[in-house]
Design a protein around this ligand. Structure first.
Ligand SMILES: Cc1cc2nc3c(=O)[nH]c(=O)nc-3n(C[C@H](O)[C@H](O)[C@H](O)COP(=O)(O)OP(=O)(O)OC[C@H]3O[C@@H](n4cnc5c(N)ncnc54)[C@H](O)[C@@H]3O)c2cc1C
Length: 294
């Protein structure tokens, strides 16, 4: 499969978002944006995608980099997973995202793969999706009709499907500044320790009342156990207004195990995934608590 040649295509190198949009308008359904190519080129080798014009975004400087201010952090869609892994601000304040990129692919993959490509591929197991949902992130999309912002939790509509129109470019990911009394974590179940897709991905973010340590706000998301990454408000409701402990986490975990909608496939059965959602939810909630109180 992997020794198949790529189909013939023309590679375009726009230097700005405007140029990239013009190229896409010109080539229509024969065109496709490409970032690191770690998903798209494999799909092309498998003949699952056959674009005749690849519009490379890697020369568009405005799509790259990580910037932070009082409102939070903005990550350009062409920022690589390796750059996010090395970022001081992500490692200090946005730990669930750091947890996710740390366990994605290999060093070589992380040097090429971008956060925007991970989200735009929209596979149910995309590792950056659950932490970004738990961190309340939103996406800026730019297309021929202008600009719009979409919360990550409403971006995905089905396996490999999203609200992004084919002409639209994902420009940046914005994450609000977290409360000082909050933290979170992302845990990923894999069959091996590296280079594997998630069988289950669990992200939890908690904000505690700094005086009483009671949970003021909880955001919780799962990956790889439904047709899209999902947020589970029922789990969050179980955590809010409670002092977080093993019993509270166990009840939240029981709810998560009932609410997820995995399938049985070649990689894991439905029952196994539900059981592991429960175990990983309890660990993620207690992990977030430990990070806040540490
Ligand atoms: C060996 C290997 C291991 C992997 N391991 C993991 C893993 O552990 N976890 C995981 O989640 N994924 C994994 N992946 C999948 C892949 O590496 C990631 O999804 C990666 O982040 C995709 O980014 P990219 O820049 O390579 O996307 P590309 O392949 O360039 O693009 C993917 C899709 O997104 C579109 N696109 C890209 N950028 C934009 C943009 N800015 N605006 C609009 N559309 C855009 C493209 O048109 C294409 O449809 C792995 C892949 C490989 C080959």
């Amino acid at each position: 499969m992997f020794i198949r040649r790529l189909p013939v295509f023309v590679y375009h190198t726009p230097a700005s978002v405007g140029e990239a949009l013009d190229l896409m308008a010109k080539h229509g359904d024969k065109g496709r944006y490409i970032a690191g190519g770690t998903d798209l080129l494999i799909a092309m080798k498998k003949r699952e995608a056959m674009p005749e014009h690849l519009i490379g975004l890697s020369g568009v400087a405005s799509l790259k980099g990580i910037a932070s201010d009082d409102s939070g952090v903005r990550i350009g869609s062409l920022t690589t997973l390796a750059e996010i892994e090395r970022s001081g601000i992500i490692g200090e304040q946005y730990l669930p995202l750091k947890d996710a990129v740390d366990v994605m692919g290999s060093i070589q993959v992380r040097n090429l793969a971008t956060i925007g490509g991970n989200l735009c591929s929209a596979v149910p197991s995309a590792d950056t999706a659950p932490p970004l949902i738990a961190l309340n992130a939103s996406l800026k999309l730019v297309g021929p009709e202008g600009e719009r912002t979409v919360p990550v939790e409403t971006f995905f509509t089905g396996p490999k499907e999203s609200v992004r129109k084919p002409q639209e470019i994902l420009v940046e990911i914005a994450i609000p500044k977290p409360d000082p009394a909050s933290s979170g974590c992302y845990l990923k179940l894999m069959r091996r320790h590296a280079m594997d897709l998630a069988l289950v991905g669990v992200a939890a973010c908690l904000t505690l009342d700094s005086g009483t340590l009671v949970c003021k706000e909880a955001r919780f998301a799962l990956g790889a156990v439904a047709p899209t990454p999902i947020r589970l408000p029922e789990v969050e409701a179980q955590l809010v207004d409670k002092a977080i402990n093993e019993n509270v986490a166990a009840e939240a975990a029981r709810i998560a195990g009932m609410q997820c909608r995995p399938i049985t496939d070649i990689r894991a059965s439905l029952d196994y995934r539900c059981g592991m959602v429960e175990i990983f939810t309890r660990r993620a909630v207690m992990g977030a608590l430990r990070r806040i109180t540490a």
